[in-house]
Write a protein that binds this ligand. Sequence first.
Ligand code: FE
Length: 326
Amino acid sequence: TFIILESKTENELNIYSGRKSYLIEPLINEFEKNKKVKVNVITGKSDEFIEKLKIEKNNPQADILLTTDIARLSRAKENNLFEKVNSEILKKNIPKKYISNDEDWFGLSVRARPIIYSKERVNINELKNYEQLAEKKWKNRICMRSSNNVYNQSLISYMILNLGEKKTEEWIENLVKNFAKKPYGGDRDQIRAIAHGQCDVTVANTYYLANMLNSKNKKDKESAKKVSIFWPNQTTFGTHINLSGAGIIKGSKNYKNALAFLEFLSSKKAQEIYSKNIHEYSIRNDVKPSETISKFGKFYADDSKLEEIGKKIKIAIYFASKHNWR
Ligand code: FE
């Protein structure tokens, strides 16, 4: 019986996923096919998994935490949840700027957060950079989702890194004055609000727009056609980008399988699934963006090491609340 137990555990992999199951299912199917490992996934809210793993510390029930956004990867790391991983394959497939300094979390896809604007009411020549959205000319013309969400927390951190704290505070203060309405809903809701004429400009992740453009929902498709993407800060520090990523949990009982899965996620095959199914950018140079994403054009992305953004999240949250970005 000892042997049976042993072999059973060897063929398992348990994942806590902050990413929805339809996003990761094709990846897991592909992995199971080649590796003959039984993958168990629990999907839910990333922050709740982080709390769960803190409690499970001496007996973790998952081998991998799969999540989006530097803010969350950093939070998991700060809580000492990730195991250092030594993998030549991961280091070969993933650029250094997408890996934590301690090599305990790994970026698996890239998302960009540019300006999205109304084709009807905004002339592209009016747009320049994120800073400029705080100017008076945009009064009552900007929709932004809440700063409770990590996406805007990371955006503010990026501003702090590139502009410094004082200028970023001023930026938030004036940007909030330009909001057309109280922050409500997700990135897609901001795009819908532009389409409905409630505001002219927002900042949102590209895959949301790509998903709306390919949506079976006619209204969403129509809304998406009314907006366009502007790549900000092309002559300065580059457009803000973020990551989805993962780390192996300290004390993982299926370490070998966990490592094999991470390595698989960085492979060309898996990265093609990310780009085609989820409309995110690949971490690899040899994988092209989806057709829809390609149409958004090439852009210059912020080149700083993304882990640095994670280190500014706390102060970003403080600035947002201080200046009433709800
Ligand atoms: Fe998202």
